[in-house]
Design a protein around this ligand. Structure first.
Ligand SMILES: C[S@@+](CC[C@H](N)C(=O)[O-])C[C@H]1O[C@@H](n2cnc3c(N)ncnc32)[C@H](O)[C@@H]1O
Length: 179
């Protein structure tokens, strides 16, 4: 249900942003089955990282590993874009900070981070609580202010925050584009 209520409306902004990535080297963190990754494969080179790499059957390299350890997983490789969709809600505040710093460290100069965060307010609030109550999975949300603070602390300076609303314009999440 969350897919139709949250992800489908969010895709009106998220999918065009993913499609704008052209002729780049992309690291997709927490790519899952590769729902967004597949949109990149025509013109980009993509490497994936996921705790559950078996979920992805696309013909790309997917490393098993944690979002907080990107630099050691890719061993010095650098990327033009770090993409991470619907993954940060698995990370607590310390882990998000480490993930952002790690993303910055594997980006080329001028490289971009594109990442989503469920919002602390609106449907994001219900989403994380439902994940805990129904599935027993601890999830986290971050406010716009917290996201900006964490990005700046990680070394990002040029930060664009795009609101991703659910149906009926109910707040749901943010898409961040930062470099
Ligand atoms: C909701 S899925 C999103 C998949 C895909 N990015 C998408 O938008 O369709 C979250 C993915 O993040 C992965 N994941 C969760 N925590 C992670 C972590 N700490 N490090 C790496 N991957 C993680 C999960 O294994 C899962 O594949």
């Amino acid at each position: 249900m969350m897919y139709y209520v949250c992800r489908v409306p969010a895709n009106r902004k998220l999918i065009p942003a993913v499609r704008r990535i052209q002729n780049k080297k992309v690291l997709d963190v927490g790519l899952g089955s590769g729902y967004y990754t597949q949109l990149l494969l025509d013109t980009n080179t993509v490497v994936g990282i996921d705790q559950n790499p078996h979920l992805c059957e696309l013909p790309i390299t997917v490393h098993q590993g944690d979002a907080t350890q990107l630099s050691s997983i890719v061993r010095g490789e650098k990327f033009d874009v770090v993409l991470s969709t619907w993954m940060t809600d698995y990370l607590d505040a310390g882990q998000v900070q480490t993930f952002l710093a790690e993303a910055k460290s594997v980006l080329n100069d001028g490289g971009k981070l594109i990442v989503t965060f469920p919002d602390t307010y609106g449907l994001g609030f219900f989403y994380v609580r439902a994940a805990g109550l129904i599935r027993g999975v601890e999830k986290y949300t971050y406010s716009k202010k917290q996201i900006i603070e964490k990005l700046k602390r990680a070394g990002f300076t040029d930060i664009e925050i795009v609101k991703l609303n659910s149906w009926l314009y109910i707040p749901w999440a943010y898409m961040v584009i930062a470099q």
